[in-house]
Design a protein around this ligand. Structure first.
Ligand SMILES: O=C(O)CCC(=O)C(=O)O
Length: 482
């Protein structure tokens, strides 16, 4: 039986869309969209593509040939993904040019050809000075990559970690694959948003809305369908026949926005190069926490039978959670706490500044307050979770404020909102903002610790109370914002 495909994904010219419209229509509503007109100036669209619109493999071999990359064998399954192999870009280009793809791989049959597909290449990390593209403004409010440019998401002193380990260093990727290469059904890492831009080629996307998620799982809600074009077993996946899909054919120079929690399977209909980022911010933060708390329950259930013989059962659950999901409860708490401090700092600067910035920056104040409101809301949810027993030293406020990585985060946060909120004229000096505020962070009670989500909630509440008491340019109330 074929797939039931209904509806279409909206397509519009990104140059005719404002940032606020994008937030209202797509981020907040968690709806996919295809944006055109945003890639005209990209260096990648010139250097990486031949005159006849195909991937310029010799260019890659000459300029980036030594980079080590992950290449999936699209014909071989390994657990929930395709088997991967590490090789150099030159080796990949050679393999591509040798051609291992049958001519008739146009129509998916269930038997997949063994075509190589270069995936998850951390291109920006590898070549920071080669500016292949500029991230469209709609995707700038990206807490994930901004954070990973300053900190690691998870550090485990007991686990060996290479200092230059690039595998989790950011979520900005290049993908390159021949016609017929594909990506199995999945929802994105951390349940983040993603955006994906076709530098050349054409992709077929099949989307399943989050409300139908349960239909692609087995009876125990443990395993999901791998390839929706294969002969999916009704015994194993009884709900699959009920699924309703939305298809999108993404052409060259189009960018697709993939919302949180939408399952999707992707197939390259032509030889294709794409750039994609995973990201999250205030609008989908709850998705990240919901996934973590579900994965925590699974991690706990998995080792329940050794609870009695385990010295530190909770610690083991959190270690397993970090290994499987990429972060644990404490990583997430530290993550949101650092952002909360950065946003409080920016707010403090705007509300107490000597100049008249506040008159010009109400949008900035609203945005920062909204971010804090969402963080506070998630912290309230986290308060109810098991697994947050007091930890000896989670996040020391004084240490955080003195850490150069935190000042870098503050500066990046400031720059991000300045870019997003332009062209509204406001004079916001991010470097100055940090310096001003760091001398004035007394509201964070230097020397205190944030050990639990409850501590974070108190920190935000105290800081705002303090700010509102002293601030002469208006007060902030998070009440209805999130
Ligand atoms: O392009 C692909 O093959 C997969 C991309 C993807 O799944 C994503 O960006 O979320």
């Amino acid at each position: 039986m074929g797939l039931r495909i209904v509806g279409q994904i909206e397509r519009l010219n990104g140059r005719e869309l404002t940032y606020q419209q994008f937030v209202e229509r797509y981020l907040r509503k968690n709806q996919p969209v295809v944006l055109t007109g945003l890639m005209d100036e990209w260096r990648a669209c010139k250097d990486w593509v031949t005159r006849d619109g195909r991937p310029n493999l010799p260019f890659f071999a000459t300029h980036f040939g030594k980079s080590r990359v992950q290449v999936a064998d699209c014909g071989t399954r390994e657990f929930t993904d395709q088997k991967r192999e590490e090789m150099s870009v030159s080796e990949f280009a050679e393999r591509w040019l040798m051609g291992c793809e049958p001519e008739d791989s146009d129509v998916p049959t269930g038997d997949r050809p063994r075509v190589p597909y270069l995936k998850d290449w951390h291109f920006v990390k590898d070549y920071p000075d080669y500016v292949a593209y500029t991230t469209p403004v709609f995707f700038h409010d990206d807490w994930l990559n901004l954070y990973l440019d300053c900190y690691r998401m998870h550090t485990d002193p007991e686990m060996y970690q290479e200092s230059d380990d690039i595998s989790c260093s950011d979520y900005r990727f290049v993908y390159m694959g021949t016609k017929g290469s594909w990506t199995p059904l999945h929802a994105d890492v951390f349940r983040s948003y993603s955006w994906s831009a076709n530098v050349c080629g054409k992709k077929q996307w099949l989307f399943l809305s989050p409300s139908q998620r349960h239909l692609v799982f087995d009876r125990n809600m443990k395993n999901s369908v791998y390839d929706i074009f294969s002969d999916v077993s009704e015994m194993t996946f009884p709900g699959f026949k009920e699924t309703i899909w939305t298809e999108c054919i993404q052409e060259e120079n189009e960018i697709i926005f993939v919302p949180s929690g939408w399952y999707h399977q992707v197939q390259n209909l032509e030889d294709t190069i794409s750039i994609n980022h995973n990201w999250f911010n205030a609008h989908n933060l709850s998705w990240i926490w919901d996934l973590l708390s579900r994965d925590y329950d699974d991690a706990k259930e998995y080792i329940e039978d050794i609870r009695d013989i385990c010295d530190d059962f909770e610690g083991l659950c959190q270690r397993n959670l970090a290994a499987n999901t990429g972060m644990n409860f404490f990583d997430f708490l530290i993550f949101v706490t650092r952002f909360a401090f950065a946003y409080l700092g920016q707010l403090c600067y705007l509300l107490r500044g000597d100049d008249d910035t506040i008159q010009h920056s109400s949008l900035a104040v609203q945005q920062l307050a909204l971010n804090l409101a969402f963080i506070r809301k998630i912290a309230m949810k986290m308060k109810d979770a098991e697994g947050f027993e007091k930890h000896p030293d989670i996040l020391d406020t004084a240490e955080t404020l003195n850490d150069p990585r935190f000042s870098e985060l503050c500066i990046k946060v400031g720059n991000t909102y300045r870019m997003i909120l332009e062209p509204q004229p406001w004079s916001y000096n991010t470097a100055k903002a940090y310096v001003d505020v760091s001398g004035d962070f007394d509201f964070l009670k230097k020397g205190s610790l944030v050990c639990t989500p409850g501590d974070l909630v108190s920190c935000i509440d105290n800081a705002l109370e303090n700010l509102n008491r002293k601030g002469s340019k208006g007060s902030i109330h998070l009440g209805e914002l999130a």
